[in-house]
Design a protein around this ligand. Structure first.
Ligand code: OMP
Length: 273
């Protein structure tokens, strides 16, 4: 099943726009997990089992796994396989923010979609659509392009006026009109910029999903983000929270605490859809 279809089915099945970010940091893991052979996989497995019925996606960020070296990448692969085998209805998004010249992107595509078996990946737009072809050509996979990021300094480049419009609006239009020919593109739009999100939704219409980071640890407002980005059907958003959910407790009860946070956030999101 392609990413877009799988995502829409997960929104409906779990009545959820919530995505749990699987960003394990060895320093923050519960002490009894830290000492295991594969601490990231053990941690992720418990978080996945505790939240799979209340999410529309999981999103590991590759940086946390790369930090551990080869063992981290193997634990990332095991995490992806575990989700596919145990919860086949839930898509897995690799947050890797990739993009290079086309030839190099071929290698990224092989690693991310074939070796790690991810359903979607985050991408930088800076090299243009020609360079991204190896990703865009994978009709079954999601290509989630950074449009308006959640960080405080996002505007430094993204707000620059080009032909009278901020750069992020050009990115949104370019993805919608030119890169999304196969219907496999989505956009990253931070929850911390609801006015910009509203403008982007108006530009691209209802057909493109937004990956929305910035809720939880980064302080984005749930009500404002949902109202700004939701489609006329009440979906269209993949609202990510990592630290706010996975580190709800660092004791023996970490998975139950993560579940409680996930359910709370899912319900809060649903209130404003
Ligand atoms: P928390 O702040 O812990 O919820 O994590 C946010 C996650 O979303 C991290 O993996 C970030 O790398 C990622 N992210 C952003 O925070 N801001 C963005 O603009 C884009 C992303 C992303 O692409 O997911």
């Amino acid at each position: 099943m392609d990413f877009t279809t799988k995502l829409a089915a997960a929104w409906a099945k779990n009545n959820s726009l919530l995505c749990v970010g699987l960003d394990p940091d060895i320093e923050k893991l519960p002490a009894f997990i830290k000492n295991q052979d594969e601490p990231f996989f053990a941690f992720n497995k418990a978080i996945i089992d505790a939240t799979a019925d209340s999410v529309c996606a999981f999103k590991p960020n590759v940086a946390f796994y790369e930090a551990l070296g080869t063992s981290g990448i193997e634990q990332l692969k095991k995490t992806s396989s575990y989700i596919h085998e145990t919860y086949p209805d839930i898509p897995v998004i690799l947050d890797a923010k990739r993009a290079d010249i086309g030839n190099t992107n071929d290698a990224y595509v092989t690693h991310i979609f074939d070796y790690l078996a991810m359903d979607a990946v985050t991408l930088h737009p800076y090299l243009g659509g020609e360079a991204l072809q190896p990703f865009l050509a994978r009709k079954d996979k999601g290509c989630i392009v950074l449009c308006r990021t959640s960080n405080p300094g996002a505007g430094e480049l993204q707000d620059l006026l080009v032909d009278g419009k901020p750069l992020y609006e050009h990115v949104a239009r370019q993805v919608a009109e030119t890169w999304n020919l196969q219907g496999n593109c989505q956009l990253v739009v931070g929850a911390t910029y609801p006015a910009e999100m509203k403008a982007i939704r108006q530009i691209v219409g209802d057909d493109m999903a937004f990956l929305v980071p910035g809720i939880g640890a980064q302080g984005g407002d749930v009500e404002q983000a949902v109202k700004a980005g939701v489609t006329s059907k009440g979906d269209g958003l993949i609202i990510n929270s990592a630290r706010g959910i996975i580190y709800a407790s660092n004791g023996e009860d970490f998975a139950e605490a993560a579940r409680a946070e996930a359910l709370k956030l899912r319900d809060e999101i649903n209130k404003y859809r």
